[in-house]
Design a protein around this ligand. Sequence first.
Ligand SMILES: NC(=O)c1ccc[n+]([C@@H]2O[C@H](COP(=O)([O-])OP(=O)(O)OC[C@H]3O[C@@H](n4cnc5c(N)ncnc54)[C@H](OP(=O)(O)O)[C@@H]3O)[C@@H](O)[C@H]2O)c1
Length: 411
Amino acid sequence: MAPHTIRWGIISTGGIATKFSQVSTPHSLRFYSSNRVNHVIYPPSECSSHAQDILVDPSTRDVSDVAHKIAAVGSRSVASAQAFIDKLKAGKAPFDWGAKNGLLDNTKAYGSYEEVYNDPNVDAIYIGTPHTFHHANAKGALLGGKNVLCEKPFTLDMDELDELIAIAKKKKIFLMEAVWTRFHPIAYAVQDVIHSGKLGKVKRFSSEFSKDLDPDNQPYSHRMIDPALGGGSLLDMGPYPSVWAMLVLHHHPLNKSRKPPKLHFSHQTLYPRSNVDLNSRWLLEWEGVSQAMLMTDMSTHGPKESTVYISCEEGDLALEWGPFKPQRFWIIPHPPGAEKSIKVKTEHHYPVSAGGGMAYEADEVARCIRDGKLESERMPWEESRIVQGWFDQVRRAGGGVLANVKGNAGK
Ligand SMILES: NC(=O)c1ccc[n+]([C@@H]2O[C@H](COP(=O)([O-])OP(=O)(O)OC[C@H]3O[C@@H](n4cnc5c(N)ncnc54)[C@H](OP(=O)(O)O)[C@@H]3O)[C@@H](O)[C@H]2O)c1
């Protein structure tokens, strides 16, 4: 049977939409323990883009039931949209497969996002604008009858998110937050290890996304600095410590009813230049499962080999940096004298397939649309709401420039 093909519209030609990386160079082929596809291992920090990754041959990730095509690109400038398409067409392996196989034939360049919302040849729209525009862009796309995959964080606040969900339900259109990490082979593998009980009960959990973005040397207009673009570490980096807490603890078999955690306290350090948060910390507790300390920081690097650390009764599990796309974890015995059944440190590799790792979530969108679903079971609305709720609480308690800013719900 022919694959179900999704005709994508891409909104914006910024960093994540146009991060034309050279991820085709593997840095190691030595360790291989994934049972999923024919992988090579890429440096974890390398990032790709949605548009690039859907141009990679789906068979490289063992996919034959769905496929992708880029029907339109919308930018505030038609020249930028056209330059983006030209760059995609000039992509190197493995991203050249799309152009060679017609995935960029007749791709339209538009000088506005509205034209993409209204293009009858577009099935789904990927939104890669700064956070403060996600709501308006997703709303425009949904009202234009288009399925939506929206970058993280979904929206600025819960009211915006609830409005989008209400529109999707009413119009019976698919909507999902683009938390790509959820779909990576390693995410399933870590869940399998912890939920199998092989390491015993979880005793303590910490996860963080910290990276020194050298904020003092960025222009005020940088979207991590400028409050008008939703600046600060929490909204941009917060989805990544959150995704691991959600997958491991929220989905833990001991949390049968999927009860959301309690947020005990939070703290933000403010960046005097624009009063956005330089770092955020918040402590959660899933009753009967574990506490979890989550952190973001844009002025210092996080630990290389324990961006997520899960202490368990029998031994621990640590994930490599960065939390958006780790491809390696370790199982580690307790310190000398306190060892339990885990006696030896082991290393486990679960690399993403060819490309940067964003095609998995695109495949999920395609399958959900094909099957008439409004939301993804792997990235459901309610779980986006739980995380968005933490961000609202942490931001408000932090007292920064965004503490009392309301989103655009209703506008
Ligand atoms: N999943 C991931 O790994 C990942 C990685 C990085 C970023 N992201 C998310 O993607 C989103 C965009 O991040 P980015 O780094 O790509 O941002 P960026 O480089 O600043 O690009 C944002 C783009 O949005 C458009 N835009 C529309 N109105 C704008 C305005 N008033 N000011 C600035 N840009 C405006 C512009 O595109 P046009 O000129 O073409 O209209 C701009 O190039 C963020 O929400 C971020 O959280 C996700």
